[in-house]
Design a protein around this ligand. Structure first.
Ligand SMILES: [Zn+2]
Ligand SMILES: [Zn+2]
Length: 148
């Protein structure tokens, strides 16, 4: 786990590597995702940008572009599904976890299950793989949506 400051340092390094400029806009969008314990789509990120950083004057197109970029360089990760499209979360500041997603309302619950993690290791080992990453997503209908 890393803190915000080191992640922003990472961003600077990554941008420099790619010959891109470190901009306040990129830092702002990354920081929003680092500081919120939730999964947000581009529109939600844009809303927070306008609320908290109105002076930045960041348009929705820039938000989309920046989110794509931050995901490409592994500073954030996304969950894709249904009508809400993609939701993003900070990557490096959170412990590994998996997701269960309601396909009706978009509610996302995080979980960590040692048995599942262990089974994945076993499967990889059996096939001669060394795991570098994995994504486990369970889709379903949440309690509340089942009642409606
Ligand atoms: Zn639901
Ligand atoms: Zn998550």
């Amino acid at each position: 786990m890393q803190n915000d400051k080191t992640v922003l340092e990472d961003l600077k390094v990554v941008l420099k590597d790619k010959g891109m400029k470190y901009t306040e806009q990129r830092a702002v969008i990354l920081q929003i995702l680092l500081n919120i314990d939730d999964h947000l789509n581009a529109e939600e990120v844009h809303r927070i940008v306008k609320e908290k950083y109105p002076e930045q004057n960041i348009g929705i197109a820039t938000v989309y572009r920046t989110l794509n970029f931050l995901e490409d360089v592994n500073l954030i990760s996304s969950i894709s599904f249904g009508k809400d499209g993609k939701k993003y979360e900070g990557n490096v500041t959170k412990e590994h976890h998996d997701h269960i997603i309601c396909t009706s309302c978009g509610k996302i619950v995080e979980f960590f299950d040692e048995d599942i993690e262990k089974r994945q290791e076993d499967i990889a080992n059996k096939n001669g793989f060394k795991i570098t990453d994995h994504t486990m997503q369970i889709f379903g209908i949440c309690q509340k949506c089942q009642e409606n």
